[in-house]
Ligand binder design. Structure first.
Ligand code: NAD
Length: 414
């Protein structure tokens, strides 16, 4: 009921206003951060396998490039809309500044349910989309990446299409590519890996015991790797979910077996030894740590009071609304924001891009070591801002990012 009414861009602008007020951000910088620098809106014609022509709506929002090229994922989802993409692009600008990689923020998407397309239709859609935006992207202009429902295979088609159009192979135009096409070792698990680095830091700071219980909403790229790595780090993952529902076993789930079950049956439900729950009930479980890793607006003013976790690690983008933030902060719940918790994905995209530009490739351990360094450094910087401004983690992260973006804008004369 609440979800339909929440506009993520309004939430993002509320977060900006909150942090800008605490920081006393230069009003000239603030006014430029209230809207994207450029918005591309395209109609993508695709010939379907039955010969019919369908036109899909697509967007690329280039929010801010003061600190470097626009950077952010592409989402394929039936509920994609411009305000959602604007919010995600803005959060990318903040996130890249938080984790300290030299990028601005961008995001894109196509209004489509890719599960209803054949592989060939999906390829034509991906290539056509690039055909419409290729003049506005590039390794030093705007670098897309995967997001919800977009895969390394789709990134490969897009990198190939771009390269054909500009006349030379340009792997650095897109990150999240397959390994054999210039992808980075460690990129696939990077977002979940980075999230678990932050989970360990936050659990230490909160003095959670070994075996602390974790519930994870979403079992895609992010949720699955987070679940695996959290278990390996000594946490007890007791619940996971996908779009069809959740499973819960207070004694802990064997993530390998859950994965195999989902692969075999296409769904998590009826996993042996676990009870089936709705996604809403998963959020309210008596656990130490809650990890939203699916879509935005999951924790809102209607359910924030019912959340029992002491720590929320936001792996999805925008899972908590500003009203819910106020309630949770008042109740003493730590909310580690998306712009920190899931920044491991873009930090490793940066490592992929750097490898593509230099032509020199690192091993997986080297990549994950560098990624760990970025995450721990960002965590420490945010703790410092939180202490200095006596505020919550989200404001502290935004303050850190806004200082860096403002410095870049001012130095460049904007
Ligand atoms: P994905 O498409 O691989 O997985 C999404 C998961 O969410 C699936 O398990 C799906 O079943 C589930 N889901 C969808 N609707 C749901 C609902 N209403 N309730 C519960 N579960 C639902 O996507 P992903 O790459 O794992 O991304 C998940 C989130 O993490 C998104 O918010 C994305 O923007 C964010 N994120 C992803 C990356 C990355 O590197 N992939 C990086 C940063 C942030």
């Amino acid at each position: 009921m609440f979800m339909a009414k929440i506009n993520p861009f309004k939430s993002a602008m509320q977060q900006l206003a909150n942090a800008a007020q605490i920081l006393k951000l230069n009003p000239r910088v603030l006014s430029q951060l209230k809207s994207p620098k450029r918005t591309l809106s395209v109609s993508v014609p695709v010939e379907m396998d039955n010969g019919e022509l369908k036109v899909f709506e697509g967007f690329r929002v280039q929010y801010n490039d003061a600190r470097g090229p626009f950077k952010g994922g592409l989402r394929f989802h039936p509920q994609v809309n411009l305000d959602e993409i604007k919010a995600l692009a803005f959060w990318m600008a903040i996130k890249n500044a938080v984790v300290g990689v030299p990028y601005g923020g961008g995001k894109g998407g196509i209004v489509v349910n890719p599960k209803k397309l054949s592989k060939r239709e999906l390829e034509r859609l991906s290539r056509q989309f690039i055909g419409l935006i290729y003049k506005d992207i590039g390794p030093h202009v705007d670098v897309p990446a995967p997001d919800v429902n977009t895969t390394p295979e789709i990134m490969a088609w897009m990198a190939d299409e771009y390269s054909k159009l500009v006349g030379s192979w340009q792997p650095a135009v897109i990150t999240g590519k397959p390994l054999h096409l210039g992808g980075s070792r460690g990129r696939e698990e990077a977002t979940g890996f980075g999230g678990v680095v932050i989970l360990k830091q936050a659990a230490n700071a909160l003095r959670l015991k070994r075996g602390a219980s974790v519930a994870i909403q979403g079992f895609g790229n992010v949720g699955l790797f987070f679940a695996r790595l959290a278990n390996a780090a000594g946490f007890k993952v007791v619940a996971v979910s996908d779009s069809q529902g959740a499973i819960y076993n207070p004694r802990g789930l064997d993530i390998g077996k859950v994965e195999a079950h989902k692969k075999a049956l296409g769904s998590l439900t009826h996993f042996p030894g676990a009870v089936n729950l709705t996604n809403e009930k998963l959020l309210q479980l008596p656990v130490d740590v809650l990890v939203p890793a699916a879509l935005e607006n999951q924790i809102h003013k209607g359910n924030a009071k019912k959340i029992q976790a002491k720590l929320i690690v936001e792996m999805a983008n925008g899972p908590t609304t500003p009203e819910a933030d106020v309630i949770l902060h008042r109740r003493g719940v730590w909310v580690v924001p998306d712009v920190l918790a899931n920044s491991g994905g873009v930090a490793t995209s940066y490592l992929e891009w750097s490898q593509n530009l230099s032509g020199f490739y690192w091993g997986r351990d080297e990549v994950l070591k560098k990624l760990t360094g970025y995450m721990v450094e960002a965590w420490k910087n945010i703790l410092r801002e939180r202490e200095k401004y006596q505020t919550d983690f989200r404001n502290a992260a935004f303050i850190l990012a806004l200082k860096r973006i403002a410095d870049a804008m001012e130095s460049r004369g904007n």
